[in-house]
Design a protein around this ligand. Structure first.
Ligand code: KIV
Length: 278
């Protein structure tokens, strides 16, 4: 009998930990992070050797078809993160805390981050921003025993305030503020910080100015690691072409081609043939 769809083929081996990431970064190895939203792709990405899977709230864009990440809810994230965990039982899984789930007060933040860890089996959460109030939340969540990743630069949950997906930290004062925010997140106990849409030299100074790893997306080559949205990396989102994006496959073409071929076979009556019939 063939394996059931959705079942993970890999259940042996030790689950990855935050210490593995820290150790790799300390050895100067660049960290590879890719977003994941479902069990099938989580398994493939894990088998391809990524260091961590990020269940990004970009799920709202690339899976649900929203223009922003703002409509994504905690229940959506839990659903997708649990699927990712089932697909990649040994991967290090980080889950984005969606808009309004960690900004209101400490009690709600702790309960929401706790739910994510308890209900999905993920190891860490990610929050956006570097204000004093976010840093207090990071401290409280870390004290609860949950590793937290920060996110600075372009923070999509604030995209209306930032005027869209624009490079952040071009001016000296903004760059200095970003470094202060990064230090504040590090002091609060964050284990790593995503830097999104940041000039390469600013990301370089931040990476040099803190001792936790930075993970860049549109932040140049000097970060401790890089993350890409899986659909972008694989060329599924073929109408999205920001300067920083390098596509490593053209799956949108493959999907259209495969489905056209299936359609042609069905219309011609050549599928299913004897080999594919009982
Ligand atoms: O939601 C997401 O996918 C992210 C990455 C772009 C870092 O936050």
């Amino acid at each position: 009998m063939s394996p059931r769809r959705g079942a993970s083929p890999r259940t042996t081996g030790r689950p990855a930990t935050v210490t593995d990431l820290r150790d790799k970064a300390a050895r100067g190895e660049r960290l590879v992070v890719v977003t994941a939203y479902d069990a099938t792709f989580a398994r493939l990405l894990d088998e391809a050797g990524v260091d961590a899977l990020l269940v990004g709230d970009s799920v709202g864009n690339v899976v649900a078809g929203y223009n922003t990440t703002l409509p994504v809810t905690l229940d959506h994230m839990i659903y997708h993160a649990a699927a990712v965990r089932r697909g990649a039982p040994n991967a290090f899984v980080i889950v984005d805390m969606p808009f309004l789930t960690y900004q209101i007060n400490e009690e709600q933040s702790l309960l929401n981050c706790g739910r994510v860890i308890q209900e999905t089996g993920a190891q860490a959460v990610k929050v956006e921003g570097g204000s004093a109030s976010i840093a207090r939340t990071v401290r409280a969540v870390v004290d609860l025993g949950i590793p937290v990743m920060g996110h600075l630069g372009f923070t999509p949950q604030s995209e209306h305030a930032l005027g869209g997906a624009r490079v952040q930290g071009r001016e000296a004062t903004a760059a200095a503020q970003m470094l202060d925010d990064a230090r504040r997140l590090e002091d609060a106990g964050a284990f790593s910080i995503v830097l999104e849409l940041v000039p390469a030299n600013v990301a370089e100074s931040i990476t040099a100015g803190i001792s936790i790893p930075t993970i860049g997306i549109g932040a140049g080559p000097h970060c401790s690691g890089q993350v890409l949205v899986m659909h972008d990396l694989l060329g599924l989102t073929d109408t999205f072409s920001p300067k920083f994006l390098k596509r490593y496959a053209t799956l949108a073409d493959d999907v259209r081609g495969a489905v056209r071929a299936f359609g042609d076979d069905v219309r011609a009556g050549t599928y299913p043939d004897a080999d594919h019939s009982f």
